[in-house]
Design a protein around this ligand. Structure first.
Ligand SMILES: [Zn+2]
Length: 200
């Protein structure tokens, strides 16, 4: 997976969902949100601006240029791409209820993030044949103003998805779209290779 493939993966997904990719450090609205979250003690300003991608509606704010492999490796970008576009899918499926639910309720946020982090599990497993640590993924929600109970919900979602992912199943639409794009570019996931080997 080279930088050109990864840049085109982002563009392909943006086109598919009619979404917009925005460079987060240039976005005034993100700087305002970063200050507010910092003051509320939810997440530090620099961490929000530099470490997290943020999806609001059909706008995906990335803290790096798509395809810049010096900022994030190809696999990290593939996982992030599936994750962020799963939030776009959630918006497509639930409309404004998704936006309100996500903003207002930590429990709702935990469910939606649990499902989006399932994309991280799926793409990682497709690429490497390995399973990510569900506990570690769920703990990321500490930065999303979620309670311990919310985090437990996220953990439960990931643990139940893990069984399917382990068997090679892909539950999320955005993961299927990212994987299908990459396979179309000739990128072979280990999982796919394993299946082909078994058929011989
Ligand atoms: Zn998310």
């Amino acid at each position: 997976m080279n930088d050109d493939t990864i840049r085109r993966m982002w563009d392909h997904m943006a086109e598919l969902h009619q979404a917009e990719l925005i460079h987060k450090p240039d976005a005034l609205e993100m700087k305002i949100i970063a200050k507010a979250l910092d003051r509320m003690g939810i997440v530090e300003h620099d961490a929000f601006m530099q470490s997290f991608a943020t999806t609001v509606g059909l706008r995906i704010y990335l803290p790096f240029e798509p395809g810049d492999l010096s900022a994030r490796c190809a696999l990290a970008q593939a996982k992030l791409c599936a994750h962020e576009f799963q939030h776009v899918v959630q918006l497509e499926e639930e409309g404004t209820d998704f936006m309100w639910g996500y903003l207002r309720s930590g429990a709702y946020r935990a469910i939606k993030e649990g499902l989006a982090y399932t994309c991280n599990l799926e793409v990682h497993h497709w690429a490497t044949g390995e399973l990510l640590d569900c506990e570690e993924l769920a703990q990321t929600l500490e930065h999303y103003a979620c309670t311990e109970g919310d985090i437990a919900v996220c953990r439960a979602i990931l643990r139940s998805a893990k069984v399917t992912v382990q068997d090679g199943g892909i539950l999320n639409r955005s993961s299927r779209e990212v994987i299908s794009f990459l396979e179309g570019e000739g990128v072979q996931g280990r999982q796919q290779k394993g299946q082909l080997d078994r058929r011989k």
